[in-house]
Ligand binder design. Structure first.
Ligand SMILES: Cc1cc2nc3c(=O)[nH]c(=O)nc-3n(C[C@H](O)[C@H](O)[C@H](O)COP(=O)(O)OP(=O)(O)OC[C@H]3O[C@@H](n4cnc5c(N)ncnc54)[C@H](O)[C@@H]3O)c2cc1C
Ligand code: FES
Length: 524
């Protein structure tokens, strides 16, 4: 078994930096060695975020031999960028889940998310994971002047879903701003997601599991001879394969027409310790704001960071992060005048399913032993934990009542308008194949930035490094051929169709695409 190498995500690396979340700044990320040989396991899990690591842990507990592969470090995907609210107060509102999935479906959603919070707490206690896990109340409130009926509709729906301890209160417990009435969700939780994953990594290895990082899964095959091949000549032969890559890299269409990638933004503001009551908070617009508090440091020098997220847009369809951070900061300063300064700004991608629930189970149109977990919406901490619980049962051929509501093959007829809206939006993006470029020539691109140019019929993604050298790639996304756009906040190429992302030098970092943008020679 290899010893983990402690490594922090270093934004000063050769490639241009992506933003740093508060978690990346305050925890070491365990890095394992890459896989370079052939190994066998009962289950091969691709992706070392919360979904993959929870699945690996729960299977290892059941005596299964597991191999986890990740092409970055553990937690280098969206788990390290979450604000890590652990909730059964779901994003998409229970009255909406009830409309889409019926009363039973909404009840199972409530039950599974509640069980997921409990399971995280149990794992933290049993494995003694020091990850700041904390139970606290959540509050849903309405912006000033918006109709408050939504709270009554939601309260009735959550009660029907079995969450009978949720109540309406006069306001959230903030002294600096009167929100008006709110719904109070008791026994929610928060934690430090990277410390939690680091603890899971230790526990997985103690149970005999193997974790390989910097190991890109390039080919995935299910069936009798299931296997995963990595870039570094590694091969895992397994009885079952779980693809937990946030957006499945082994699925071409079935899932990606039912979910969409949205970029969401977060600011972390320094505030005096204890000046805002600890809790989880959300409002109701679309996109909504999500808020929590994290304490940094210990003893007399400790202070709080008020974390506020929101301002979402479809991945790759806007490049105006400054405006979005500005809006978040104004929103926060208006409500929390005690803010001393903004310490963190980061963003990440959330996969939004058209019908409000994650896709967890057998990969549609694939062999029976290939499983996926995706479509988390803003509830990936619990959906990822549910994935661990549900996939463990499916792999062990045990009955699980949640199987049908999370079935990736489901078609939710009442979600067809949303399905059509998202897919019309995708179809419109293909116009970029023929219409103009961002700039006319490479010279117009400033150092450290990227832009798409036209060269004959070709669309070329050009990144100019700090020395002015141009790095040129095909701008055609490796998934289904849309043209990528430059993201000047994260220094990535983002696909406006289904949310694939590539770093400045064209390496794929987020599916559904699973290979790099090919380099283009200047004379091409
Ligand atoms: C700003 C923000 C705030 C959020 N806040 C919350 C919140 O408060 N509560 C909540 O519940 N959820 C929240 N979410 C959602 C949550 O972060 C995600 O849904 C969740 O982390 C997804 O976990 P995952 O394990 O599926 O994917 P990830 O954590 O993204 O892990 C996937 C892993 O797969 C690896 N990978 C990808 N392709 C390959 C390949 N081919 N080979 C090998 N490895 C590969 C990646 O490197 C990555 O490490 C938030 C998300 C964002 C962006
Ligand atoms: S993500 Fe589907 S075409 Fe790019």
């Amino acid at each position: 078994m290899s010893n983990p190498i402690e490594k922090t995500l270093d934004p000063t690396a050769e490639e241009p930096a992506q933003t740093l979340s508060i978690w990346m700044d305050t925890a070491a990320i365990p890095l394992e060695r890459p896989l370079t040989e052939r190994v066998s396991a009962d289950v091969c899990i691709v992706g070392a975020g919360i979904a993959g690591m929870t699945t690996a842990y729960l299977l290892a507990r059941e005596g299964k031999s597991v191999v986890v592969l990740d092409d970055g470090p553990i937690g280098g995907g969206m788990t390290g960028r979450a604000t890590a609210h652990l909730v059964n107060a779901l994003d998409d509102r229970y009255f909406e889940l009830e409309r889409l999935h019926g009363e039973d479906g909404a009840r199972l959603a409530a039950e599974s998310h509640t069980a997921a919070i409990d399971r995280v707490e149990q794992i933290v206690n049993e494995e003694k994971i020091n990850c700041e896990f904390e139970r606290l109340d959540g509050y849903l409130f309405v912006p000033p002047r918006d109709p408050r009926k939504i709270l009554d509709d939601e309260l009735a729906a959550v009660h029907r879903a079995g969450l009978v301890d949720i109540e309406k209160v006069e306001r959230v417990p903030w002294d600096s701003f009167d929100t008006g009435p709110a719904l109070k969700f008791p026994r929610q939780a928060q934690f430090h997601p990277l410390k939690y994953l680091a603890g899971l990594a230790v526990a997985i290895k103690q149970k005999g599991g193997r974790i390989y990082t910097e190991s890109h899964a390039k080919e995935i095959e299910g069936g009798k001879n299931a296997r995963v091949d990595t870039d570094g000549d590694g091969v895992v032969n397994a009885e079952a394969v779980v693809i937990a890559t946030n957006s499945p890299v082994n699925d071409l269409i079935a899932i990606h027409t039912k979910q969409a990638g949205y970029q969401t933004y977060v600011v972390g503001a320094r505030i005096p310790r204890g000046s805002v009551t600890r809790g989880l908070y959300w409002d109701t617009p679309d996109p909504y704001h999500y808020i929590r508090i994290e304490t940094v440091g210990t003893g007399a020098s400790a202070y709080d960071v008020l974390i506020v997220g929101g301002e979402d847009h479809k991945t790759g369809q806007k490049d105006d992060a400054g405006k979005r951070f500005g809006a978040l900061e104004r929103w926060a300063r208006h409500r929390f005048p005690m803010i001393e300064g903004i310490e963190y700004r980061w963003s990440g991608e959330v996969m939004e399913p058209v019908d409000g629930l994650a896709f967890i189970g057998r990969n549609p149109l694939d062999a029976k032993n290939v499983f996926i977990a995706t479509g988390d919406s803003g509830n990936g901490m619990t959906h990822g934990t549910i994935a661990g619980m549900l996939l463990t049962d499916l792999i062990l051929e045990r009955k699980n009542d949640w199987e049908s509501i999370y079935d990736p093959s489901r078609i939710t007829l009442k979600a067809l308008p949303e399905f059509a809206r998202e897919n019309l939006n995708v179809a419109a993006q293909y116009a970029d194949l023929v219409v103009g470029a961002d700039v006319d020539s490479v010279d117009e691109i400033r150092r450290g930035a990227g832009a798409v140019i036209s060269r004959g019929l070709l669309k070329v993604a050009v990144f100019r490094d700090a020395d002015g050298n141009a790095h040129e790639f095909s701008a055609v996304c490796r998934h289904l051929g849309c043209i990528v756009n430059w993201n000047s906040l994260e220094n990535t190429w983002d696909c406006p169709c289904h949310g694939s992302r590539y770093d400045a030098l064209g390496h794929v970092i987020q599916g559904p695409a699973n290979s790099d943008l090919p380099q283009v020679d200047a004379e091409d």
